[in-house]
Design a protein around this ligand. Structure first.
Ligand code: 5AD
Length: 379
């Protein structure tokens, strides 16, 4: 049995109700929440999380247009489809013009922010390229609606302090670096390229020092992961005082080493979905005013995955704006949705999805988290 089910410790409904009313979650409370299986109990958690979101954030859902600008990667992570060892991937890097065109489309379409994401490299040519791209996006997206240009979130992995400073000066003001798991042994097991948990934590610290709003997150359902580890992950997010979270289910990719282990001890999609939603709900209860993404991976295992996440306290959606012809080469996992589409296809589809859960779109706004804005106002 998968570790996430084997070590579950559910509690009686009355106890769960007390936990939700108390509002302050300790480790055992989080374990109880993540262990919940009964549909009515799950819905109690959902309601508490949704109410917390509406009280402490707003009913707006903010877009970040996701530009997956390169799938070249120097790392060999055991879970990821674009790991360097996967020779079945056609490698690409967008031109600066293609990146700017995608970012400009976002700004013109009311998406106040973009996310620039790629495989992980730290060679000088890559760092220079990212810096040029950031400055070009800023220059191209200034308008009356966005006087400081589009908000830019960067997601290009572990870098040096100097590199982080260069990226910040070039105009990125948010950075996503998922920790993937805070369990040191599991971290090393899935990251074979010399990465360590200690360095990942150091990068998160440096990003904060640099001035970035910092986002992190984990994958849910990694072979060997337990409910206790997930509870510790949530406490870690709270302890480092992060501003943003992105979490989703681990989804197998057949060209990766983790495939066999997952297939020996699979996690049913429904279980992965429930535990992912409970993670989002628990994160919202724990960190009331942060931004949290309804991630694409959720939609890969359930067509309504992102809407469900919004109802468990998520308030960010990252529509893909990578030019259509490249999308099939950025498959971190199998079954990634929207691979055959172009960026305009999302406009109507997402607006409908957001409306269907009673929320509205936060147009023409960077959509920084309240949590970050209270610490330091928008620059
Ligand atoms: N399943 C789910 N998420 C994945 N990621 C990478 N590979 C997978 C996978 N197989 C996530 C990681 C990474 C983010 C960009 O994508 O958490 O940080």
């Amino acid at each position: 049995m998968h570790g996430l089910l084997a070590d579950a410790r559910p509690v009686a409904r009355e106890v769960l109700e007390q936990i939700l009313q108390r509002g302050q979650l300790g480790r055992e409370d989080i374990i109880a929440i993540l262990s919940t299986r009964d549909a009515e109990d799950v819905d109690l958690i959902r309601k508490a999380a949704e109410q917390t979101l509406l009280e402490h954030c707003s009913d707006s859902v903010y877009y970040r247009g996701l530009i997956e600008f390169s799938n070249l990667c120097a790392m060999d992570c055991h879970y990821c489809g674009i790991r360097r060892g996967n020779t079945n991937v056609e490698r690409y890097t967008l031109s600066i013009d293609e990146i700017v065109e995608a970012a400009k489309w976002c700004a013109d379409s009311g998406y106040g922010s973009v996310v620039l994401q790629s495989g992980e490299r730290s060679d000088p040519a890559f760092v220079d390229f990212v810096e040029v791209a950031l400055r070009a996006i800023k220059a191209a997206t200034v308008s009356e609606k966005l006087p400081q240009g589009a908000g830019i979130t960067l997601s290009v992995g572990e870098q040096t302090l100097e590199t982080y400073e260069r990226f910040y000066s070039a105009g990125a003001h948010r950075y996503l670096l998922r920790v993937e798991t805070t369990n040191p042994e599991l971290f090393v097991k899935i990251h074979p390229t010399g990465q360590t948990l200690a360095n990942r934590l150091n990068c998160l610290r440096m990003l904060k020092e640099t001035g970035f709003q910092v986002g992190t997150g984990v994958m849910i359902g990694i072979p060997g992961q337990t409910i206790e580890m997930l509870a510790d992950d949530l406490l870690f997010f709270s302890n480092i005082d992060c501003d943003m979270i992105g979490m989703g289910p681990y989804i197998v990719h057949s060209d990766t080493p983790l495939k066999d282990e997952f297939e020996r001890d699979p996690l049913d999609k429904r279980d992965a979905m429930r535990i992912s939603l409970l993670m989002i709900g628990a994160a919202r209860l724990l960190m009331k005013d942060i931004n949290m993404a309804a991630t694409t991976a959720l939609q890969a295992i359930d067509p309504l995955g992102r809407e469900k996440a919004l109802r468990f306290g998520a308030n960010i959606i990252m529509p893909q704006v990578t030019p259509g012809k490249y999308r099939k080469n950025y498959l971190l996992y199998e079954g990634k949705p929207c691979v055959d589409e172009e960026k305009g296809d999302c406009l109507v589809c997402l607006a409908m999805r957001i409306k269907s859960v009673g929320r509205k779109i936060g147009q023409d706004d960077w959509g920084d988290s309240r949590h970050a804005l209270e610490k330091s106002p928008q620059r």
